[in-house]
Design a protein around this ligand. Structure first.
Ligand code: SAH
Length: 437
């Protein structure tokens, strides 16, 4: 189907976009992405059916429980490296269906004092996804307190969260050894501190309620709402959803790439006005037609993280190159297939690569230290993904094939193993975390 045809039978958002373009002129790509993803009525994140095998795209925690489990143990080890502070803010940006956090909390039972110190803070823009996270995580929670919905456009970003807390830089090696399986039976699959139990496959549903004591869980609109104190921030496939601007080099200067309507009323890409702002660090004479992508949301987020003042470590897992790269990476996915980013606005998952080299530079500019990126395969490999999978397979022989296939997909070069990267950002006062140390 051509884009014009798809547009014609497309979403209610198309009429809204067309009217806006006719009224105000062509839309920069970031504005287009923002409307498509976050429109209060017709935006993509209004639908909770996006993630998973039955949805449009699948993410690592939905592929294998091992992913969230390893991150849960990583969090506990990092917490010890911070000097085991309490309370410990365990923050997740864009938690999707809540699967990663559920698996992480279940695995973190191997370090009960960590769970006792943790308060969980979920930053989620989508109301239906929040509801789904609540359903997934309620069995794990001591109490949940969803944030009251804010009026659209009003984000309670607080900048006064600066009370520094003292902390020790203690070695986390012992927990790492215990938790990642170099001794004992490995901790990940045990039920808290009552001695080793058989690892259970994906207790999705059953078993989760067995997290003793549970943890407090709260939802927020923005990171600025998270209470002060030491924090571990996890973000899997969050940054790729933050809107990007695209600048295109034409007639000897950088121009804004925009979305316009053609004579038939279909959406089309076009070269817009001379770019203002953001061009300072760009090449002055690239080849004509070159495209660069700028994501201001990363700068804002990193400034917010750096501004908290207390020790903080963030873990960003996403797809994109480790080395600086240029080019158009805007992509739309629907029902597990790539589609034209201008077809069916609001009905496709719109994302773009994360430029990790640039992200590291932004972290440093904000006053944080950046570690990595390493590939997802390296990250999971060094955390003992193979050992964890082997134990799970031995305990669940009937599902061994499924477990192996899931883990392979996470680490193989033809799956997510190399395209996906993992980068940590941390306060200057902290030592590098495993496996970056
Ligand atoms: N981390 C999950 C989901 C990834 S999809 C997983 O790995 O499965 C992106 C997630 O980020 C969704 O939950 C989406 O609703 C959320 N999101 C996107 N932009 C956001 C924003 N600006 N603020 C808060 N959440 C956002």
């Amino acid at each position: 189907m051509s884009r014009a045809e798809e547009n014609r039978e497309a979403s209610p958002l198309l009429a809204i976009l067309r009217a806006r373009i006719e009224r105000e002129g062509p839309l920069p790509i970031d504005a287009y992405m923002r409307i498509c993803l976050a429109h209060p009525e017709h935006g993509y994140w209004r639908s909770a059916e996006s993630i998973g095998t039955g949805g449009d795209f699948i993410t690592a925690p939905e592929i294998s429980q091992v992913f969230g489990e390893l991150i849960g143990v990583w969090c506990a080890v990092v917490w010890q490296g911070m000097g085991s502070p309490a309370p410990m803010r365990l923050v997740e940006l864009g938690p999707g269906r809540g699967t990663l956090m559920r698996d992480a909390l279940r695995a973190a039972r191997s370090v009960p004092p960590f769970l006792a110190a943790a308060t969980v803070h979920l930053i989620e823009a989508s109301a239906p996804l929040r509801a789904m996270q609540e359903k997934t995580l309620t069995p794990m929670a001591r109490r949940t307190r969803p944030a009251p919905p804010l009026p659209p456009g009003e984000r309670a970003v607080r900048h006064d969260l600066r009370a520094p807390q003292s902390h020790r830089e203690s070695s986390s090696e012992e927990t790492a050894r215990k938790s990642f399986g170099e001794q004992g039976e490995g901790g990940l699959a045990t039920e808290g501190n009552e001695g080793p139990l058989t690892p259970t496959l994906s207790p999705r549903g059953e078993g989760d309620a067995a997290v003793r004591g549970g943890v407090p869980i709260e939802w927020h609109e923005a990171i600025g709402e998270v209470p002060e104190g030491p924090a571990i921030v996890i973000a899997n496939e969050f940054l790729d959803a933050l809107p990007i601007r695209q600048l295109v080099f034409a007639d000897g200067a950088w121009h804004e790439r925009v979305v316009d309507v053609d004579a038939s009323g279909a959406l089309q890409f076009a070269v817009g006005p001379r770019a203002t702002g953001g061009t300072e660090e760009l090449a002055t004479s690239p080849r004509p037609g070159a495209i660069v992508e700028l994501r201001a949301g990363e700068d804002e987020l990193l400034a917010e993280l750096a501004g908290r003042g207390s020790p903080l470590i963030g873990l960003f897992i996403d797809y994109g190159p480790a080395q600086p790269a240029t080019g158009d990476t805007l992509q739309a996915v629907r029902r597990h297939a790539w589609v034209d980013p201008l077809s069916r606005p609001g009905r496709t998952d719109l994302t773009a690569h994360v430029q990790f080299a640039r992200l590291a530079g932004k972290a440093r500019a904000a006053g944080l230290v950046a570690d990595g990126p390493v590939t997802q395969a390296q990250f999971l490999g060094r955390l003992g993904v193979a050992e964890r999978a082997a134990r799970l397979m031995a305990a669940n022989p009937k599902q061994a094939g499924e477990i192996e296939a899931g883990v392979q997909r996470l680490i193989s070069p033809t799956g997510m193993g190399e395209l996906f990267k993992v980068m940590a950002v941390r306060s200057q006062s902290l030592l590098p975390a495993i496996p970056f140390a």
